[in-house]
Design a protein. Structure first.
Length: 223
């Protein structure tokens, strides 16, 4: 036999249910079908890894034709190698507090990489335009077939060929000039050229920006 207390609790619980609106309702039935199979191939795979500091410094010099992230003396000798200067901040172990290199793509890493790219690409663009210091003034054709020493604007075909060559040089990706993969880089170059023209800056500044974008892209610093 239920006591008055039990009846009161039952009434309160039913009343709360009706007030809260938590009454069971019918749900729509969904038919979840199996998705399409995707061929993952037979080759082993792994996640991409970030380059360590030594690899990053060597790769930067390779793609820029010898220019690194550094401060130079007036005679062309290196005063400071910033990858060495900030090695611990970039994750290199000191074997006191750490014994393994931190290869995470942190915001601090991206900030330093951006600094390195801007420094190196400014010097690359100056060199290719024949405006750099004497120790690096000889153009090496980094942006070929675009010639930054010429007063004649490059054709779109030359720009496309230069972008395709840069993607191979910086990212190791062979992209056909007719491929849609080239379109984002084509649009970037056009946007940077328009900004340079508006600011009355030389065309080399646009190619400097393309260089920075290539270095700060994950396809450059991961493998």
């Amino acid at each position: 036999m239920k006591t008055p207390t039990h009846l009161l609790l039952l009434a309160l619980s039913l009343g709360g249910l009706s007030c809260s609106g938590s009454v069971p309702v019918d749900h729509e039935e969904h038919d979840f079908e199996d998705g399409e199979d995707v061929d993952l191939g037979t080759q082993p795979w792994r996640e991409r890894r970030r380059m360590d500091v030594d690899q990053l410094e060597a790769s930067l010099r390779e793609v820029t034709g010898g220019i690194g992230w550094e401060r130079m003396n007036g005679d062309g000798t290196v005063r400071t190698r910033y990858f060495r200067e900030y090695a611990d901040t970039l994750g290199m172990p000191d074997y006191i507090n750490s014994s393994a290199e931190d290869l995470s793509v942190s915001l601090l890493f991206q900030k330093f990489l951006d600094d390195a790219a801007r420094s190196a690409c400014r010097r690359v663009a100056d060199r290719e335009a024949g405006d750099g210091p004497s120790y690096e003034a000889e153009p090496q054709g980094t942006f070929a077939p675009v010639d930054l020493t010429s007063e004649t604007p490059p054709t779109q075909a030359e720009i496309d060929a230069a972008l395709a060559a840069l993607l191979l040089r910086f990212h190791g990706r062979r992209v056909d000039v007719a491929s849609p993969e080239l379109e984002p880089w084509r649009a970037l170059e056009a946007r940077l050229q328009a900004a340079a023209t508006e600011a009355e800056a030389p065309p080399k500044r646009a190619w400097e920006g393309v260089c920075v974008a290539l270095i700060t892209h994950p396809d450059f610093y991961t493998y």
